[in-house]
Design a protein. Structure first.
Lengths: 337, 279, 260
């Protein structure tokens, strides 16, 4: 196992236990018990920057929000989740997960415009988060100092002034930094960022992503970065979990994408993206429409569009072996393994 | 037939199913009522006055010996057709003004909408009373009064819906093609506004009907002996002690019609809502 | 190709202050005197972030919105001098494909009817059967089976709706097609499909294309020339590959650095 560890996992991690360990998790909707996401096994090491990629409808947001206890209309239907050496009990899962969200896990949602309270000064929103995480004994002046320091760290200019301003006085990028500061206020071990830059301009996007990566390096923060942009993840993270149609299809090293044979969907998805290096001839679309989560096939969700698909792909369940390996391919034909 | 199949797929609770059946039954009775009524609704027969419900007179007879069931069936047509007349005219006038206002925009739009606002300020019943006293009390006076006071609701609603539609991308795409205004109105705005209007009309059926019956009840609408439901209650008032059925029948008819149209209106609002239909 | 003496589109010092129009909420942004020239047969990219004014350019070029200063000459003629009839004829020369495929089709018209409407307005020589036949051909051309023509927009996916919007736009056989961020609200794998459709149309149809996008890589791949816009002004222009590999302007350089 040691020689297969991804480059982004620090070498000391070899002896460490994973920070987050998800085994065969499935997510179902409460109404109708429809399974939307199934067979998700992955582990994130301490200090690792981990990516999850998927098109819209792949179930990446539903999976993340349900695992964090934030999705009211869905529940964890199967599997186990272990964070920082402790199982999150399946009884009362959402409440336990939300408790973790208060102090060990930070969450940055997609929309910087709606995730802040518009009628509360941003300083108050950050100090409130600090209080929630650390309790009251800190004292008002100290909390204020901590908040201003944190705002400075996430790159908000003149934090002492910004402390008394309202969210609508800031641009999208700045608001996302404020959300980021709130997520960091509890000094979490893991930061989960769901499409944190989708609503932002290219230049701002790059800055926010780099801010997250810097924080990971300087504070040993593990990060799960969720995006539809495979190229962004390829350049930013160590390993990438690829979701499609509510199934986890592969976990690959970012460096292997575009250079080695990987899982057919990861390969096909990468072929769709115009990158800096590509020419027009390098871009190949995937025929057909994406299959949404909860599609109800028994076999591989991608088999309807896969260039390598054979009849067995539609019926045989995805192989589950070695699901906890740092990288794997759930392709039954053994491609990209 | 597929219209009915589609309609029948809307109700989600038993109350809604009952309401939908009632609405369809009431509409049917309003159409065929006068043909199946066993007696002449106006024929006075003092010898058989105040008969309790029996096999001959299912709902009994009133203080002048008229058959209550026959009056109720004729009244269904009278009340509902008056309601429909009010709504058709009100929708036509209101929508014409609202759509025009939204298309023209600017100062004209502002002026028209302020005018409707002022108009809306008059309480409709008071306005209707004034109207009835000017024109003389009759069903047509009540209808005129309601038309007069009800159109601003539809002007506002259609103005709002239209400007909402006009701000959408497919209108920009129509502009890029050079689609002329009349085509925009009939192919873009009206079809897309229809859902909202249908719902409002369904909800307003009960309101207008109650208003007509109410006006008749207080004596400024249909006049006794016309078999209008509100007038029937007014007429039966004095017999409540020894002829409870005279008031109960039209009262129950008004109640059931109003409630079932309301339930169906709410149901349509839910089912025709484009955001819920998208799935 | 660009040797034709008269350019298709010539914007000279066109400016626009914040529009105050009631019904068009295009998030339009002001323009500060821009010059843009588009030659016949060219594929010209207009690259910029949101708020740069690039969509305002799209709306001005298609005459969906007016402008305050400068001149817009279309095939050598100032559009301000167009008669009513010329204005209508202009609509069959210039067409637009919008970003949002969910909003750009009339939800209450079948997709065939949407395509046929283009023909009804601008191909008066065709009868109903002829329009229907043409519409089906156009749908097939963009990859929608003609048998699906009787369906309504909400029964299609975003990518399919974008194809239908393209069929409706090219139905009038425009000389100039303005594409306002046609890919950005689509899924990654669908973006590539629509990109391939554009590449095929550029090859097969004698189309002049204005491709408005924030995606540096797409513009580099399909455009001959590019205008880079920032805050309502053109900051750099030139052959797409030169500009996007050797930017001279500081903003362009920053943008290129940021792109993944």
């Amino acid at each position: 196992m040691t020689e297969t560890l991804s480059p982004a996992v620090p070498s000391t991690a070899q002896s460490e236990a994973p920070l987050l360990e998800i085994r065969d998790a499935a997510v179902a909707l409460k109404s109708g018990n429809r399974t939307m996401v199934s067979g998700v096994s992955l582990s994130v090491m301490p200090r690792e920057v981990f990516g999850i990629v998927g098109e819209s409808g792949s179930g990446k947001t539903l999976l993340t929000r349900t695992l964090l206890g934030l999705q009211d209309d869905a529940y964890v239907a199967a599997g186990s989740v272990r964070f920082d050496g402790r199982d999150i009990p399946s009884q009362g899962y959402a409440a336990s997960a939300r408790k973790l969200l208060g102090h060990s896990i930070g969450f940055v949602p997609q929309d910087p415009f709606s995730s802040l309270n518009p009628s509360m000064k941003i300083g108050k929103q950050i100090t409130e988060a600090i209080h929630l995480a650390k309790g009251w004994p800190m004292g008002a002046e100290k909390t204020r100092e901590a908040a201003i320091r944190l705002m400075g760290e996430v790159g908000i200019p003149e934090p002492a002034l910004a402390f008394d301003q309202y969210p609508d006085q800031f641009s999208g990028g700045m608001r996302q930094r404020i959300v980021f500061a709130i997520a960091l206020s509890q000094d979490p071990k893991l930061l989960v960022a769901d499409e944190p830059t989708t609503a932002l301009d290219a230049i701002t996007q790059r800055r926010v992503i780099e801010l997250i990566l810097d924080r990971s390096r300087s504070h040993g923060l593990a990060v799960i970065l969720i995006s539809h942009n495979l190229e962004l993840l390829r350049q930013s993270v160590g390993r990438i979990a690829v979701l499609y149609g509510g199934q986890l299809h592969t976990i690959v090293d970012a460096g292997d994408i575009g250079t080695r044979v990987v899982h057919p969907y990861a390969e096909a998805l990468f072929a769709c993206i115009p990158t800096r290096e590509k020419e027009l001839a390098d871009i190949r679309s995937i025929p057909g429409e994406p299959v949404g989560a909860g599609f109800g096939l028994t076999g591989c969700a991608f088999s309807t569009r896969c260039a390598h698909a054979e009849p067995i792909c539609r019926t045989a369940p995805l192989p589950l072996n070695e699901r906890l390996a740092p990288r794997f391919s759930a392709c039954i034909l053994g491609r990209g393994a | 037939m597929s219209v009915f199949a589609k309609l029948w797929s809307y109700p989600k609770t038993n109350i809604e199913r009952v309401a939908l059946v009632l609405v369809l039954a009431i509409v049917l009775l309003a159409i065929i009522g006068p043909f199946i009524a066993p007696f002449d609704p106006l024929k006075i027969a003092f010898r058989s006055k105040l008969h309790a419900p029996s096999l001959e007179h299912w709902l009994g007879t009133d203080g002048s010996g008229r058959d209550v069931l026959s009056r109720l069936l004729h009244g269904a047509q009278l009340t509902l057709s008056a309601t429909m007349l009010v709504l058709v005219v009100v929708v036509a006038i209101g929508c014409a003004i609202g759509i025009f206002s939204a298309f023209v925009g600017g100062a004209v739009d502002n002026m028209l909408m302020r005018l409707t606002d002022i108009w809306l300020g008059f309480p409709p019943l008071i306005l209707a009373l004034g109207f009835a006293s000017a024109l003389g009390a009759s069903l047509s006076a009540a209808i005129w009064a309601l038309i007069f006071s009800w159109w601003p609701n539809y002007a506002r609603l259609s103005r709002m819906v239209t400007s909402d539609i006009l701000s959408q991308k497919f209108i920009a795409s129509a502009d890029a093609l050079g689609v002329p205004t009349h085509r925009k109105v009939f192919h873009y705005v009206i079809p897309n506004a229809l859902d909202v209007l249908v719902v409002q009309v369904a909800l307003d059926v009960s309101a207008v009907m109650l208003a007509i019956s109410g006006l008749s009840f207080i004596g400024v609408g249909a006049q006794i002996p016309a078999p209008e439901w509100g007038a029937m209650i007014a007429d039966g008032r004095s017999y409540v002690a020894n002829g409870w059925w005279i008031v109960l029948a039209p009262g129950l008819a008004i109640f059931l019609t109003a409630v079932s149209f309301n339930v169906v209106g709410d149901m349509l609002r839910r089912e025709l809502d484009p955001t819920s239909r998208r799935r | 190709m660009a040797e034709t003496p008269l350019p298709m589109v010539e914007l000279q010092g066109v400016s626009k202050s914040f529009a105050r129009r009631l019904f068009i909420q295009n998030r339009s942004f002001a323009l500060r005197g821009i010059d843009i020239t588009i030659g016949r047969g060219e594929v010209v990219g207009i690259l910029g972030e949101s708020g740069s004014g690039k969509s305002t350019v799209a709306n001005i070029v298609t005459c969906l919105t007016g402008y305050d200063g400068g001149t817009y000459r279309f095939k050598g003629r100032d559009i301000a001098t167009f008669t009513r009839r010329e204005r209508f004829a202009f609509k069959s020369d210039v067409q637009i494909v919008f970003q949002d495929p969910y909003g750009s089709l009339n939800p209450r018209a079948t997709v065939r009817a949407s395509v046929m409407e283009s023909l009804l307005l601008h191909r008066r020589d065709l009868d109903k059967a002829g329009r229907m036949e043409r519409a089906d051909l156009l749908l097939e051309e963009v990859g929608i089976p003609a048998s699906a023509g009787d369906r309504f927009p909400h029964e299609f996916s975003g990518g399919q709706r974008q194809r239908i919007a393209i069929a409706r736009a090219i139905a009038v056989e425009p000389e100039l097609l303005v594409c306002d961020e046609p890919l950005s609200s689509l899924d990654v794998s669908i973006q590539a499909q629509i990109l391939e459709l554009f590449v095929r149309m550029i090859r097969e149809r004698a189309l002049t294309i204005v491709f408005i996008s924030h995606d540096v890589n797409v513009v580099r791949l399909i455009c001959d020339r590019v205008y880079v816009m920032n805050q309502g002004a053109v900051v750099e222009s030139g052959p797409a590959r030169d500009v996007l590999s050797n930017p001279k302007n500081e903003y362009t350089a920053r943008l290129l650095d940021a792109v993944y």
